[in-house]
Design a binder for this molecule. Structure first.
Ligand SMILES: NC(=O)c1ccc[n+]([C@@H]2O[C@H](COP(=O)([O-])OP(=O)(O)OC[C@H]3O[C@@H](n4cnc5c(N)ncnc54)[C@H](OP(=O)(O)O)[C@@H]3O)[C@@H](O)[C@H]2O)c1
Length: 253
């Protein structure tokens, strides 16, 4: 059976999706930086009768990604599916205007996925079969306060994947972009920031897995936040600014 590479598998959405994919019978290569968490998940999957390999790797390191994916192919066979989920971001503001932090967020959320695609795409094109999945965000839809780097990086990711989807038409490789709103990845943890219409991890995982299996080109959820986002897109800039002013996270100085 052909394998799945999933990044950001040490916690949150990636961890949950990796378990779901492994439960379907597909061998999974688990990538993230925290190796001990990956080993724990791989052990759990193997104990349940699945196949899994923990490959500690920083996706911002292009060479390391190539090495990890080579190791995945050697152990589990050709990569049929990439789920590029590793990502995240800290608040970014204007004072300080922290270019190092902006570079870090953009490199992780955008180039991290590009590095993974570089490692799997030639084989997929040769076999004329494959599936590239990227976990973007509803934050890609328009600039959000306190999240300039995050929303820009996710917009770059979404548009990049969309271009690839068109460029790959007729080549046997499908592309899926999933744009969640807020997903509760740490149940029980209280957070002072408002996260409207937050979805629990379990239903979010099930939805994402259905979208991946159906190879849908794009999915965004939950519907309520998708509708608000759509409204945000068509609002004139002056209204949008007034509505969102002061609603973002505060960058740490
Ligand atoms: N939760 C939400 O509300 C939400 C909403 C929209 C979109 N998303 C997107 O969903 C994805 C998963 O987020 P999450 O909420 O599950 O966050 P999370 O629990 O913080 O998980 C992030 C994952 O990415 C990995 N990662 C971070 N930097 C990495 C690096 N340099 N190299 C390799 N792996 C790295 C982390 O593992 P290590 O630290 O071990 O490297 C971790 O496994 C992200 O792309 C995020 O932007 C989340």
């Amino acid at each position: 059976m052909s394998s799945t590479v999933i990044t950001g598998a040490s916690s949150g959405i990636g961890h949950s999706l990796a378990r779901r994919i492994a439960a379907s019978g597909a061998p999974v290569a688990l990538l993230a930086r925290r190796g001990e968490l990956l080993e724990r998940l791989a052990d759990e999957i193997r104990a349940a009768g699945g196949r899994a390999l923990a490959l500690p790797c920083d996706v911002t390191d292009r060479r390391a990604v190539g090495v990890a994916i080579e190791a995945a192919e050697a152990a589990l066979g050709p990569v049929a599916r990439l789920v590029a989920n590793a990502g995240g971001g800290r608040a970014t503001g204007v004072d300080p205007f922290d270019v190092d932090l902006i570079t870090e967020v953009v490199t992780l959320n955008f180039l991290g996925t590009v590095h993974c695609i570089e490692a799997v795409l030639p084989g997929m094109l040769e076999r004329r079969a494959g599936h590239l999945v990227a976990v973007s965000s509803l934050a890609a839809s328009r600039g959000l306060p306190g999240a300039s780097a995050y929303s820009a990086s996710k917009a770059a990711l979404t548009n990049f994947m969309e271009s690839l989807r068109i460029d790959l038409r007729g080549r046997g490789v499908d592309v899926t972009v999933i744009a969640p709103g807020f997903v509760r990845t740490k149940p029980g943890k209280t957070n002072k920031r408002r996260r409207p219409l937050r979805v629990d991890l379990e239903p979010a995982t099930e939805r994402m897995w259905r979208v991946i299996q159906a190879r849908r080109p794009y999915d965004a959820f939950p519907a309520g936040l998708v509708a608000l986002t759509w409204l945000g897109r068509v609002l004139p800039a002056s209204w949008y600014d007034r509505l969102l002013a002061g609603r973002g996270p505060t960058p740490k100085s």
